[in-house]
Design a protein around this ligand. Sequence first.
Ligand SMILES: [Zn+2]
Length: 175
Amino acid sequence: MSRLATVNVVKTFTFDAAHFLPNYDGKCGKLHGHTYTLITCFVGQVGGDRCMVADFGAIKDLVQEVVLDDLDHSCLNDVNWEIYPDPGEDFTSEVWELSQPTAENMVVAIAERLKAALTLPGHAEAFEGVHLRQVTLFETPTSYASWIAEDQVELALRLAEGATTFFIDDPEEDN
Ligand SMILES: [Zn+2]
């Protein structure tokens, strides 16, 4: 028996992939490769008999199926990045078009795929009451992009209030 608490469970993966950035005037415009490090963070309550938020094995299976099977040893520009159908939200495959596979674009697409997959049969039971909190993608050992769930909630609230972006208040939009 444990005390009820909110705990993050974090698992790290690596994969190799090639890419190029068409809309970029520099070295990264040419075909090249990276060994990416992907760090996934899930949050939930720990308690009950198992004293687990989510089984690390279930996280491994989820990330393997939803992310690594498509990305490892791929050319990222050729990957079909359409996310799973998510009837609760109005995402389209066009929004997540990754013809420009920067770490920033990839981390958003990976987060959306993982979020959607948590509700799919085969994963939903293992992740009941568990939320995706953060996805971090290292493109090199010193450079990474991260998606954080709390930021998306804040952004949605700001947009609902009429802000045009998360970071900059546009005085033209005040009314
Ligand atoms: Zn690159």
